[in-house]
Design a protein around this ligand. Structure first.
Ligand SMILES: Cc1cc2nc3c(=O)[nH]c(=O)nc-3n(C[C@H](O)[C@H](O)[C@H](O)COP(=O)(O)O)c2cc1C
Length: 329
């Protein structure tokens, strides 16, 4: 019998497929359906730091005065409805947790450690199984260096760890100086997982109307190479779990990430494109491959192609196409 179960952030999952934070995990009915289709766990749609801060006007005014909130935030948000957003989110977490057996991981999108971290206690009180923090600061501030930018991540972790006991995952982007060192340092805090990587909204514009548009809301399978490289490089070198995210669209992508060393994989674009039955299809490809290779458990092959264990570790550091360009002459 093939056993697809795994642990993640100290939680037991029946399989390593986590449905990532997105519009697919935004209401209880959809979460119940994702469980029935085979998901191992779900990460709920994020609550945003600014939504939490705006919950109390007094708090917002303080934050605004000290420059933590963008000026346009006050114009963009509807304050009266915002309190509903936050209390509805907490109710949604309570109801989701009651409605499914699989782990429910809440999510907060944040850029600072100020003004919102006490709120994490209210998330913990809903009974959810974990909290994923989606932290992303575009390193485009010309007046601060990379140390200043990266310190914020550690400040957020310190505050959250001292506030709640829930297992914490940190979802990060790849814009960091010395990414390997940064990931290793993060893993040595008390967080339980690092999610590699967040995929962000990218601006684009129309050349005819000169209006801004958003480009490629959904990923494509070629995007997986970024997380595959970094999961493989960091596996066995970090002190917490790694969850792969970005461009994972089918069973072979899941198998590759597990071989690279991921403990779980997170996906959503493939479900937007192909529907929730894709979960069963991916699980069946994984199971079939394990049967062919005679693996009974995921631990038997996890990390086998990670850089620290593979026969050709240099392959993950090769970045130039020299050979291919020569062949084209
Ligand atoms: C429509 C949509 C909404 C998303 N909303 C969130 C969000 O609220 N919080 C978050 O951390 N990530 C969010 N994401 C990013 C996904 O969780 C995921 O990291 C990203 O899409 C990469 O996975 P994929 O290649 O399977 O799409 C969203 C993605 C999509 C497509």
């Amino acid at each position: 019998m093939t056993n697809l179960s795994t642990t993640y952030m100290g939680l037991k999952l029946k399989n390593p497929i986590i449905i990532s934070s997105s519009g697919l995990t935004n209401n209880v009915k959809d979460i119940v359906e994702l469980e029935s289709k085979g998901a191992g766990a779900i990460v709920t749609k994020s609550l945003f730091e600014e939504e939490i801060i705006i919950e109390t006007h007094e708090n917002l005014n303080k934050m605004h005065a000290s420059g933590f909130v963008y000026p346009e935030t006050t114009e963009y948000f509807d304050f009266d409805r915002m309190e509903d957003t936050v209390s509805n989110y907490l109710k949604f977490l309570v109801d989701s947790k009651k409605s499914v057996q699989i782990p429910v991981i809440a999510s907060v999108n944040c850029v600072s450690s100020e003004g919102w971290t006490d709120f994490a206690k209210r998330i913990e009180d809903t009974g959810v199984d974990g909290l994923e923090l989606n932290v992303f600061r575009l390193p485009a501030n010309f007046n601060s260096n990379s140390d200043d930018n990266e310190k914020v991540y550690f400040d957020i972790i310190d505050k959250i760890i001292s506030t709640i006991k829930l297992p914490i995952a940190l979802k990060i982007g790849f814009y960091h100086s010395n990414l390997g060192y940064f990931i290793k340092q993060l893993s040595q805090t008390q967080i339980k997982s690092i999610v590699l990587f967040n995929r962000f909204y990218n601006p684009d514009f129309d050349i005819h109307t000169l209006h801004f548009t958003s480009s490629n809301v959904f990923s494509n399978p070629s995007e997986m190479s970024m997380s595959l490289r970094w999961i493989a490089i960091m596996a066995n070198r970090v002190s917490c779990d790694l969850s792969a995210s970005g461009g994972i669209h089918d069973g072979s992508a899941v198998i590759k990430q597990l071989l690279a060393g991921a403990r779980t994989v997170q996906l959503c674009s493939t479900l937007y494109k192909h529907g929730n039955d894709q979960i069963a299809s991916i699980l069946s490809q994984l199971e079939q491959w394990m049967i062919e290779k005679d693996y009974k458990t995921i631990d038997e092959f996890r990390g086998k192609m990670g850089q620290s264990r593979t026969f050709d570790p240099k392959v993950f550091e090769r970045v130039q196409f020299m050979k291919y360009l020569r062949n084209m002459d």
